[in-house]
Design a protein around this ligand. Structure first.
Ligand code: AMP
Length: 402
């Protein structure tokens, strides 16, 4: 069977999925796996199509010391255990810069271009590019496609994607890019199937995971988002601060004599839910903890989601639907219920039973605003883009493919 491999490389992990291509051109998830603890305590885990465990294996740190080694180990295991003919590899790449508004087939020249965006996403882009480089060396004949988290937002208007600083900086690439674009694109397409009457309307999608942002969709297109130049802005996240007065950063550097590296570590790794609570970056743990600081962190998160709902509703000129997705959005009935309360002024009323059961529609019959839960699937989106690019002409939709 022909298949597509999807790779999502982080700082110490490599996630991978294999999608078989059926005779009719539909995609079927065959393997889902990840290598965690690269360089420290490497562990390879994988499940099959029905989530059945296929493997759980530990390695010595020296055997999987970096992402290059992780790519090799994952590739070797897949070759041993799966009987598929790999036709292409799709990669999640966080930054497509100002140039890329859609996925692109990667060769050495494109890779060089993508390396130019490393300074725009120093913690993510180098990791995303590492397996591309490895595969270009090891399997130069294998088509590779880069799918960007920024691409979906590239159609935003000039007032949405500018900062109010001299124009030359915009020309140099200092813009509001927005991220989580593959997730928003998937949800926007999925809405056309599961809620076609809402998909063409004014919709806010809240991608609430360890990274969190919100996006305003008008007729399925992104017109505004809470993330900007980097993945730091907008909502507080697991360990990232979200919106902060840039004056705080200047103060920390000028008055507190903090180095750029220390401030970077503070804003990316020590802040957000973790920084506010001093307990955890994980909403599951915060929900179970009775410490007032845990409660405060969740209060802050919910409050900020409510604030940005107002901002994005203003950008849309009204609101027809609010969609929850990603780890917190899909799994925390409590957080969803608390956010729904914040949306009451926009006409939202929750159906508590539907919310607890995680139904698609969780608003009550009387609600003037539809509240939905739509699980995201960025890997499927990457696989669909990759297939489309390598096969050229076929059009696919996401109906029934979860
Ligand atoms: P993601 O980055 O989309 O995988 O989301 C990961 C985050 O989702 C975790 O750090 C948790 O904060 C949150 N999460 C996952 N499962 C649950 C759950 N059952 N209840 C509350 N939060 C959850």
């Amino acid at each position: 069977m022909d298949a597509i491999l999807v790779l999502n490389a982080g700082s110490s992990s490599l996630k991978f999925q294999v999608f078989g291509i059926s005779g009719t051109g539909d995609l079927q998830r065959l393997v889902k796996g990840q290598i965690d603890g690269v360089g420290t305590s490497p562990r390879l885990r994988a499940t099959g199509p029905d989530e059945k465990p296929l493997l759980d294996r530990n390695y010595l740190p020296d055997d999987v010391s970096d992402l290059k080694a992780a790519t090799r180990v994952a590739g070797d295991w897949l070759r041993e255990t799966t009987d598929v003919n790999l036709v292409a590899v799709g990669h999640r790449v966080v930054h497509g810069g100002p140039d890329y508004a859609r996925p692109v087939r990667v060769d050495k020249a494109v890779l060089k271009r993508l390396e130019r965006y490393v300074p725009l996403a120093p913690l993510h882009q180098p990791n995303n590019l590492a397996p591309i480089r490895t595969l270009l060396e090891r399997r130069p004949e294998l088509p590779q496609v880069a799918c960007f988290d920024t691409a979906f937002h590239r159609g935003q208007s000039a007032v949405a994607d500018h900062y109010a600083i001299p124009e030359r900086f915009y020309a140099q690439g200092v813009r509001r890019y927005g991220f989580h674009g593959l997730s928003y694109e998937y949800v926007a397409e999925r809405l056309r199937t599961v809620a076609p009457d809402l998909a063409g309307g004014r919709v806010i999608v809240a991608h609430l995971g360890s990274g969190a942002s919100m996006c305003a969709l008008s007729d399925g297109r992104s017109i505004e988002s809470t993330l900007g130049f980097t993945a730091l802005d907008g909502l507080p996240m697991g360990t990232r601060c979200g919106q902060i007065d840039p004056g705080v950063v200047l103060y920390l550097i000028a008055e507190k004599r903090m180095t750029v590296e220390t401030v970077q570590d503070l804003l990316y790794r020590q802040s957000g839910l973790k920084g506010l609570s001093g307990i955890s970056n994980d909403v599951r743990e915060l929900q179970e903890n009775t410490d007032p600081r845990a409660r405060f962190a969740i209060d802050y998160f919910v409050y900020r989601v409510g604030l940005y709902a107002g901002t994005l509703a203003a950008a849309l000129g009204g609101l027809d639907a609010f969609v929850f997705t990603a780890g917190i959005g899909e799994n925390s009935a409590l957080v969803r219920a608390r956010i729904a309360e914040k949306l009451a002024w926009l006409g939202a009323t929750l159906d508590p039973a539907a919310n607890m059961a995680r139904k698609l529609l969780i608003s009550s019959k009387e609600s003037r605003l539809a509240l939905l839960v739509v699980p995201t699937d960025e890997e499927l989106m990457i696989a669909l883009h990759t297939l489309e690019l390598v096969k050229g002409d076929k059009k696919h939709n996401t109906a029934g493919q979860r």
